[in-house]
Design a protein around this ligand. Structure first.
Ligand code: 0X9
Ligand code: ZN
Length: 424
């Protein structure tokens, strides 16, 4: 039989199998794209399961991207590196080792009273814990933004100790399925807000004086798929054509939405597919409608991603600066300084287009565009600050706490600066 048909069958069996796909000896390389010929060569790589897989899609020269190389393509990759004089660094020597370290209790589910941060939990366990909080704390209400394509609920919490008085901050997390540290850190932050004592005045202040709307997992279907079948899954789980699944939920919002072009892909199979139309995904549509329904209460919108260690602000689709550039940049600056002060984790910040890469149809740009409020995207740590070990989005659970601590410190600083500037 032809080699290609064999690999298609193997792939089919692998996907039909209940066991999660394995990534033994898959390597992750960080590549600095230096010119257009390198860019074109990378764009032309065949991608997909058992093939090359981009963690970041190559969009422009000057960009740094992570590429996953399966063992059977290692020689092919080395030829490409020589041929194109690619500047590469081996970031992750064996992806499966990281995946094994990530889930010590292997897809644990736990009673809500024992919920913790030394593992990553299924969405149902996270939801039981949210309801548990509602039963414990008067200021907590479980809120629902809608249902997912596969019929799961998209749940969050509203934490408000002074209803009708506090200014509001919206937190959207884990819209990209594989970025698990975002939801784990979000639940850590929820817990810290609720349990902070007088000995932690900055956190107490956040808990007492902000009206929080926090959704730990927006992309519930994708998150579960990433846990149960394919760790690298990023998109939603809607059907696209006959063979492709999912839309990039952070390219699907009504903010300079474009199918293809500089900031997204028009190809259904790509990881940055913008969708057949704007808000084609029930998840982005319902979360955006929910946000609009509470818009009068909202002063700042935050989207939590991993793992580029950045805070990003508008715009993603152009290098033009927003009129409030200086003010919003100073919110980023205050947040990053406080974040780095905690554990030394280096972050960069600035407008999306120039700081990470061009994007269209993202949620935080939409919040700024549609609501007129500051909208930021956090890219959490992808490297262990203490050891320098790189994880990308496959971070061992011991990263959850330090990541959450530095992010919460940054939120306190951002809130402080936002008050000075009159945003809160
Ligand atoms: O590509 C993305 O959607 C984000 N990076 S990630 O590696 N987490 O996928 C960055 C998006 C930043 N763009 C805006 N929020 N405007
Ligand atoms: Zn992301």
């Amino acid at each position: 039989m032809h080699l290609k048909s064999i690999s298609v069958i193997v792939l089919f069996l692998a996907l039909a199998n209940a066991e999660p796909a394995r990534f033994d000896n898959y390597r992750v390389y960080t590549i600095s794209i230096q010119d257009d010929s390198q860019l074109d060569a990378l764009k032309n790589l065949q991608t997909g399961p058992q093939q090359y897989e981009f963690i970041d899609e190559p969009r422009k020269s000057g960009q740094e991207i992570d590429l996953i190389v399966p063992p059977q393509l290692q020689d092919d990759f080395e030829d490409l590196v020589t041929q194109k004089s690619l500047k590469v660094e081996l970031s992750i020597p064996n992806l499966q080792n990281l995946i094994d370290r990530e889930s010590p209790r292997k897809f644990a589910s736990r009673a809500a009273e024992d919920f913790g941060w030394d593992d990553y939990y299924p969405v149902d366990t996270i939801y039981e814990w949210l309801y548990h909080l509602e039963s414990l704390y008067d200021e907590v209400t479980v809120i629902k933004a809608g249902d997912s394509f596969e019929g799961r609920e998209i749940l969050g919490v509203n934490i408000n100790r002074r209803p009708g008085v506090n200014p509001g901050i919206f937190i959207e997390s884990n819209i990209h399925a594989r970025e698990w540290i975002t939801s784990a850190s979000t639940t850590w932050i929820i817990n810290k807000l609720l349990t902070a004592t007088d000995a932690e005045p900055e956190i107490r202040d956040l808990a007492d004086n902000i009206n929080w709307y926090i959704f730990p997992v927006i992309n519930v279907d994708g998150y579960q798929y990433s846990r149960e079948h394919y760790r690298l899954w990023r998109k939603t789980r809607s059907d696209q054509g006959l063979i492709c699944v999912g839309v990039d939920p952070n390219r699907n919002w009504a903010s300079f939405w474009e199918k293809g072009g500089i900031g997204s892909s028009g190809n259904m199979c790509d990881i940055t597919f913008a969708g057949p139309e704007v808000f084609s995904e029930i998840e982005t549509r319902s979360v955006s409608e929910y946000v609009l329904s509470i818009r009068d209460n909202l002063n700042i919108y935050l989207a939590f991603h991993s793992a580029a260690q950045m805070i990003l602000m508008p715009w993603g689709h152009t290098t033009d600066l927003i009129p409030e550039h200086t003010e919003h940049l100073s919110l980023c600056e205050a947040a990053v300084n406080a974040l780095t002060a905690r554990h030394g984790t280096p972050y960069t910040y600035g407008p999306t287009y120039t700081t990470i890469y061009p994007t269209t149809g993202t949620s935080s740009d939409w919040a700024y565009y549609a609501l007129g409020i500051p909208g930021f995207t956090y890219e959490f740590r992808g490297t262990n600050t203490a050891t320098g070990e790189r994880y990308s989005f496959v971070a061992p659970p011991d990263q959850i706490q330090p990541n959450s601590e530095e992010v919460l410190d940054s939120l306190a600083a951002m809130v402080g600066r936002a008050r000075e500037l009159g945003y809160l």
